[in-house]
Design a binder for this molecule. Structure first.
Ligand code: KIV
Length: 279
């Protein structure tokens, strides 16, 4: 796709702090879907939720950097307006800031995407600082962190105790100070996400974190009703595309089996049948 105007930038995202109109964000994993979403969204996240949405995995933990790179390239090809954010997958950034830097540089250099997202608490501040110092824009993902699913024994809503609320606020402030230009808050009770949003100078994007955030994001498959399991409470379904696909494929199957398809409209023909000459 040829680029006609510059994409939404880090500064555009940053300037959405406390604006009347929140940022509109969705996940995207493929070029055709990105080209549909591009005209409606400020930000497209190539999320590691692709593990469940596309690959039939139980969680995000087996998604690799190569998978994220391949799908980010596709989303970049399919879009020209949106800010494209790529997830750093599990195991590529947590243990060593230098390894995180190498992997984030690979992600940015090979895909030309706009920024990277990593899940973490305040212990990740040195990594965020290092990436930011190397001009890699970072969004930090706090609250419910899907990459912690095994460690925490499931997906647990956050901020339910005063201790958790204080720790989350501290995480957000520390990651902001380290250079994160936006904080994504997932699965966090409303008063806590509202307090975090109000306490930061950078915008927040919420998923299951209330309307108090500066933007909202959903997993595209969840909102379309293309479900790979039971959707979380926060995932409003705007349709049931799975049912639509089921109906269409059932119709196709019936038409093939009864030889209704392909009918004449779908045949290649020529005026003079070349086989007639040969006989
Ligand atoms: O991978 C993903 O889709 C995400 C969203 C849940 C924000 O991180």
């Amino acid at each position: 796709m040829t680029q006609t105007q510059p994409r939404i930038s880090v500064d555009n995202i940053r300037s959405h702090k406390n604006k009347d109109e929140p940022l509109v964000c969705l996940t995207a994993y493929t070029a055709p879907m990105a080209s549909i979403l591009d005209q409606h969204c400020d930000l497209l996240l190539v999320g590691d939720s692709m593990g469940m949405a596309l690959y039939g995995m139980d969680n995000t933990l087996d998604v690799t950097l190569d998978m994220i790179i391949a799908h980010t390239k596709a989303v970049m090809r399919g879009s020209q307006n949106a800010f494209v954010l790529a997830d750093m997958p599990y195991g590529t950034y947590e243990d060593d800031p230098q390894i995180a830097l190498q992997n984030a540089q690979r992600l940015i250099n090979e895909t030309n995407c706009s920024a990277v997202k990593l899940e973490g608490d305040q212990s990740l501040a040195p990594t965020v600082e290092l990436l930011t110092r190397h001009n890699i824009p970072v969004i930090a993902h706090i609250g419910l962190r899907p990459q912690m699913v095994i460690e925490e024994g499931g997906y647990k809503i956050k901020g339910k105790t005063e201790e958790q609320a204080r720790a989350l606020l501290e995480d957000a402030k520390t990651l902001e100070k380290a250079g994160a230009f936006c904080i994504l808050i997932e699965g966090t009770i409303e008063p806590v996400s509202a307090m975090i949003s109000a306490s930061l100078n950078v915008p927040t994007i919420g998923i299951g974190a209330s309307a108090n955030c500066d933007g909202q994001i959903l997993v595209i498959d969840d909102m379309l009703g293309m479900l790979s399991g039971t959707p979380p409470k926060f995932a409003k379904q705007y349709g049931h595309i799975q049912n639509d696909i089921d109906k269409m494929v059932a119709q196709y199957s019936k038409e093939v089996r009864t030889r209704i398809f392909p009918s004449e409209d779908y045949l290649y023909t020529v005026k003079n049948n070349p086989l007639r000459k040969a006989s």
